[in-house]
Design a protein around this ligand. Sequence first.
Ligand code: CO
Length: 203
Amino acid sequence: MLDHLKANNRAWAERKVAADPGFFRRLEGQQAPEYLWIGCSDSRVPANEIVDLDPGELFVHRNVANLAPPQDANYLSVLQFAVDVLKVKHIMVVGHYGCGGVQAAVDGQRRGLVDHWLHPIREVYQAHRAELEAMPERPRFDRLCELNVIRQVRNVASDVFVQDAWARGQELAVHGWVYSIANGHVTDLNVTVSDPEAAAQLA
Ligand code: CO
């Protein structure tokens, strides 16, 4: 079963060792990534590959539409471990244009549980309704993907784990990025927050 994937795995591990014989032995000891990536589950947005980082260099949390909901125990567990234990220096919330989750949030169709998961995106839409509805469909959808990222940056930056890290003088910045599946490029939305005052100002 799935023999092609197992064969891929062995070939990949061999390539890694051929390039760097100590690679896996070093990772066995510990992980010390400087970055937490909060991204979409979409198979076209592979976190490590996009920023060309090796295993051990990027702590990753992915879910549908890259949300950071302040009541989600999975996300909060990842965030706390990343901030308190790994002491990552950067958290990137990474959305992507053409996100099916963002589209599903506002297309009016009923899909079940995921409609509840995507509820925060409908709130973002409502909050920016005038701006969005003045735009043609495609740019409107792209803009909603960006606005969702900015909203999640605000969630992360206002979280008590992050606020407490800043209060004890820990170096930590929260960034908002959006990825283009069309050309592979990441765009920084320039909403980086690295202290509580900036977090309070992020709309
Ligand atoms: Co997506």
